[in-house]
Design a binder for this molecule. Sequence first.
Ligand SMILES: NC(=O)c1ccc[n+]([C@@H]2O[C@H](COP(=O)([O-])OP(=O)(O)OC[C@H]3O[C@@H](n4cnc5c(N)ncnc54)[C@H](OP(=O)(O)O)[C@@H]3O)[C@@H](O)[C@H]2O)c1
Length: 250
Amino acid sequence: MKIVIIGGTGLIGSKTAERLRKHGHEVIAAAPNTGVNTITGEGLAKALENAEVVIDLANSPSFEDKAVLEFFQTSGKNLTAAEKAAGVKHHVALSIVGADRLPDSGYLRAKVAQEKIIRESGLPYTIVRSTQFMEFLGGIAQAGAVGDTTRLSTGNLQPIASDDVADFVAEAALAAPANGIIEIAGPERARLCDFVARYLKAIGDSRAVVPDPQAPYFGTKLEEGSLVSDNKPSIGRIDFNRWFATAPRK
Ligand SMILES: NC(=O)c1ccc[n+]([C@@H]2O[C@H](COP(=O)([O-])OP(=O)(O)OC[C@H]3O[C@@H](n4cnc5c(N)ncnc54)[C@H](OP(=O)(O)O)[C@@H]3O)[C@@H](O)[C@H]2O)c1
């Protein structure tokens, strides 16, 4: 069948496209640099012609509070309207575990707004909520960095490798719409500060990590369970050591 992946050139999008093509599906990797833009609407109707499934894996170019909200709202509205016009039968989107528990984070508010547009669109849908990608550990370290130390939350993290995320997203796209949320997570849970310290040690970065229950995580304070799921999420196969052994170094 024809499957359109919005953000099909990104980290998760390109891996999901590869998996679905291996299953013999016709996959369009849609993104501004392939002529499809969900903000301007450019190329959208043409890309969606005869598509049965659309997977939204786009991300905002800016994480600033107002810009990110505008991105997910405009993109979500344009995309769901175009899907309805094209007769798409299943909309799949990737969101974040705990997004609705952390309204002080502008990025997570934007993901909640994206989810609402999907739920209210009338399209059959599956929202896959994932924990943080292992590929994002460096970004988390950077966000907490002040000089030679990095002050990080003691809330729990259960990161998942992008290869596992792509497996789960591809599986969801080929299954019947859940018309609800499914959750996915990595195999190991530890305090965010401890996971990042492990990552920094592994890459030979000597910066000290200071555990701080008050340290903000992208604009919000975390409770112990804010970013993890206890709703029996599907668990990825790749643990930190296995991921790190094959992860591309920047
Ligand atoms: N990072 C995490 O830990 C995490 C956890 C759970 C869920 N998520 C979610 O996972 C999703 C995918 O993240 P990712 O890291 O794979 O993203 P990414 O690598 O940054 O890729 C983003 C993709 O979106 C495309 N895009 C940007 N603007 C667009 C537009 N106007 N129209 C169409 N496509 C557009 C980009 O195309 P160009 O390259 O051409 O700009 C690119 O293909 C995001 O929705 C994110 O919220 C992330």
